[in-house]
Design a protein around this ligand. Structure first.
Ligand SMILES: [Zn+2]
Length: 397
């Protein structure tokens, strides 16, 4: 974030009065919080990983640590579900605000913390993450029977590392880099150039580079794809009719069945592969997930490519295949966003599931509305590709 990204929004009516970029969709949420707590100078909203996992339980958090208690309050409420960026969410949170409680969980979403200034609010953000980690640690240790040993160790290590992390570098689900889209008609050589560029960006983000990873893009207007692997600079061009059990045959089959797919990424990631060891399917947990990924089918045993195609046929953008996750996007930028978003969802789910508590889904009406918007985007992308063009405007969160 740079100074140019800062906007000034009037508290009384939410109108933006200064700043070039448009204000956050959650400015109404912040305004409601600051109006309800006039002595506070700062409110911070985050999707911090462990507290976000706690929001999936839909229950308040009792604070045990005395230092945290002084910072946060005795009980952190969990505000009922409302979609991100809506007035309903802002109203629900504002109604919950109390003078002696400085942090709030929002079901299937994230948190809000307040403070006299930004420093105090950020200390509360860190204290809340630490308290949520302590909550999960006790539960996960008691509940080890349910988990694969390696996943159990991963969850414990993740929870224990919360207090070791310096606050500044704490991972958060900030939106990824600004999408770089180039539009309309693209020649095959432009697509190859884009694929090479995407490969390096994916590698820099740790999404690409392991053995077994593969990345492909559709060449608009031609029944062909371009495919790359981490260990080679070669770009393979393959027709969609390519058959076979290798990566080329698999990618080709995805493009044959998903006319909206502009790019496909396969690979192994920590939390996605943890899902393959759990005896239940990851539900739709966050509204962004409903909007951009939709339902993820049951994990498919490695090598059963046809079952993966079946799992993706319903319009979902992620399938778990052995230890890998297969990710579809309408453009390479959308693939990055989907892959990062899904990893965040998988982490929150595995942590929440490991606690033995019931994990709440996003309500059915929200999944329905978000699913309809996703299908509309997919239809538009398919029409665009059929007309030989790369679709535009697909990358917003
Ligand atoms: Zn949010």
């Amino acid at each position: 974030m740079a100074a140019a990204d800062i906007c000034i929004v009037r508290l009384s009516d939410g109108k933006q009065v200064e700043g070039e970029s448009s204000a956050s969709v959650e400015s109404g949420l912040h305004a409601g919080v600051l109006l309800a707590r006039p002595e506070c100078g700062a409110s911070v909203h985050t999707h911090q990983p462990i507290a976000s996992a706690h929001t999936l339980l839909g229950r308040p958090l009792e604070v045990h640590d005395e230092v945290h208690c002084a910072l946060l309050g005795r009980t952190i409420p969990c505000v009922g579900y409302a979609p991100s960026g809506t007035e309903k969410l802002a109203t629900r949170v504002a109604r919950t605000i109390k003078p002696d409680t400085h942090a709030y969980l929002m079901r299937n979403h994230g948190v809000v913390c307040v403070g006299i200034d930004a420093d105090e609010a950020m200390r509360r953000v860190a204290a809340l993450e630490s308290e949520c980690a302590a909550f999960f640690l006790t539960r996960v240790v008691d509940n080890s029977m349910k988990l694969d040993a390696a996943v159990h160790a991963l969850v414990i290590d993740t929870l224990e590392s919360v207090d070791r992390m310096p606050h500044q570098s704490r991972e958060s689900a900030n939106p990824p880099d600004p999408p770089r889209e180039r539009g309309v008609k693209s020649t095959a050589s432009e697509i190859i150039e884009r694929l090479r560029d995407a490969k390096e960006r994916f590698r820099a983000k740790g999404l690409f580079g392991d053995e077994g990873d593969s990345l492909s893009m559709r060449i608009p207007g031609r029944e062909e794809l371009v495919l790359v692997f981490p260990d080679s600079n070669d770009v393979q061009t393959k027709p969609f009719r390519t058959k076979g059990n290798d990566a080329a045959g698999f990618h080709a089959a995805i493009y044959r069945s998903r006319k909206d797919a502009g790019a496909v990424l396969t690979g192994r990631t920590q939390w996605s592969s943890a899902l393959a060891t759990i005896d239940t399917t990851i539900p739709v947990l966050f509204d962004e997930q409903a909007r951009h990924i939709a339902k993820t089918g049951k994990p498919v045993v490695a090598g059963r490519n046809r079952c993966v195609l079946g799992a993706l046929a319903g319009g979902g953008n992620i399938a778990i295949h052995g230890e890998q996750r297969v990710c579809i996007g309408t453009t390479p930028d959308r693939v990055v966003l989907n892959a990062e978003l899904f990893e965040k969802c998988a982490k929150a789910f595995v942590v929440a599931y490991a606690s033995g508590h019931r994990v709440q889904k996003v309500p059915a009406w929200e999944r329905f509305v978000a699913g309809r918007r996703l299908r509309k985007d997919q239809k538009r992308a398919a029409e665009s590709y059929a007309a030989g063009q790369v679709p535009q405007g697909m990358n917003a969160y």
